[in-house]
Write a protein that binds this ligand. Structure first.
Ligand code: NAP
Ligand code: G4F
Length: 322
């Protein structure tokens, strides 16, 4: 019999790629659809899977809807990707972020424990939990030091995932994923903001790009590679925690240069530093060690930053030229 999976956050970047991957493996895929006034199904349509997944109304902050949905779905695998995932917004909406990103994960864990305890659970943890880094290269052993309400909410969800594994013997795994991007990335995140702006400047639709701190460094990979790691974690005999990263780090400044160069533009002529876009506390550098994932899951990142960013620029050029 085919396996079934339930994804919270299915309308987001990772949810769409994960749904596509699971469908390609023959899974029956359902996902949580939080009611919104604007169109949130564009990513699933973009991947051509809008009609292949079953969407169920509910909200991650509503335990009763999750109990009903998880009971009905009888899923073998539950992926919790739903979150208020934009770090910048977490300072202006700390309580919402705590509710959705932190407590929301525990709602899913609790619903699973009550009505489907044999399912396997994936939690979308994050390198933001390392925050003010305590080691130059971050691994599963590196102590956490979150620097934003988002990072703190994710850390709570992370420890609850570990706690449900140790307290109740549930098969729960936590993927500590470093930044991953794609043409389906939300426009508020810096890579997509840059690739969209470079395309607009090339097409004469705008002249400048306003950014905050461009000296920060991130370990950026491709979302399509990273959802494979999520799936691999749930195929292991036991739940565990894994860092998922490329092992390379690059400044925002250099990432901009790649995007602008690709279109024959000079980033220095268009980027304007805007102090209003600096964050109250910054995560200056992230660099992950994916050694455990490579050894135990056989996973490694396949897409270079150059390929990732130029693909995103091309996708934005295509969208805007239409
Ligand atoms: P994303 O594009 O922002 O997607 C977030 C998803 O959560 C969307 O489907 C959104 O629904 C849903 N959501 C938000 N509030 C909800 C609520 N109250 N109830 C139900 N659903 C809700 O994020 P992503 O980049 O795909 O990331 C997926 C997960 O991985 C997130 O938890 C993120 O924090 C985490 N993560 C991401 C990265 C990264 O670099 N991308 C790295 C580490 C960890 P709508 O579409 O309706 O808004
Ligand atoms: O693209 P960002 O907004 O991503 P950030 O804050 O690293 O968070 C992303 O990755 C996390 C994993 O580490 C996820 F957990 C999280 O959900 C999200 O997907 O910003 C990257 C860096 C930051 O240091 C930011 O200060 O870029 C800097 N930056 C400089 N100017 C900017 C801008 N970021 C944004 N969004 N917009 C700017 O104008």
């Amino acid at each position: 019999m085919n396996k079934s999976a339930f994804i919270t956050g299915i309308t987001g970047q990772d949810g769409a790629y994960l749904a596509q991957l699971l469908l390609s493996k023959g899974y029956k895929v359902s996902g949580l659809l939080a009611r919104r006034s604007s169109d949130t199904l564009w990513r699933l349509r973009h991947l051509g899977i809008g009609n292949d997944v079953q969407l169920v109304d509910g909200d991650i902050t509503d335990l009763s809807s999750l109990i009903r949905i998880i009971e009905q779905s009888k899923a073998d695998e539950i992926y919790n990707l739903a979150a208020q995932s934009f770090v910048g917004t977490s300072w202006s909406q700390p309580l919402l972020t705590g509710n959705v990103t932190g407590l929301g994960a525990v709602n899913v864990l609790e619903a699973m424990r009550i009505v489907n305890p044999t399912a396997r659970f994936y939690q979308a943890s994050t390198s933001e939990m390392f925050g003010l880094i305590q080691e130059a290269v971050q691994s599963e052993q590196t102590p956490f030091y979150p620097r934003s309400p988002y990072g703190a909410a994710k850390l709570y969800a992370h420890w609850m995932t570990v706690n449900y594994r140790e307290s109740f013997g549930l098969h729960t795994s936590s993927g500590i994923l470093f930044n991953h991007e794609s043409p389906l990335r939300g426009i508020e995140f810096v890579t997509r903001k840059v690739t969209d702006a470079a395309a607009r400047i090339k097409l004469g639709l705008q002249t400048e790009l306003r950014l905050g701190n461009i000296d920060v460094k991130r370990d950026w990979g491709f979302a399509g590679d990273y959802v494979e790691a999520m799936w691999l974690m749930l195929q292991q005999e036991r739940g565990d925690d894994f860092v998922i990263a490329t092992g390379k780090t690059t400044t925002v400044r250099e990432m901009c240069r790649i995007a602008f160069d690709h279109l024959g533009l000079d980033a220095d002529k268009h980027v304007v530093i805007d102090s209003a876009l600096f964050r109250p506390a910054e995560v200056d550098v992230l660099l992950g060690n994916p050694g455990k994932a490579q050894q135990k899951l056989g996973w490694q990142a396949r897409t270079s930053l150059q390929t990732l960013i130029t693909t995103m620029v091309d996708a934005d050029m295509g969208r805007l030229s239409k």
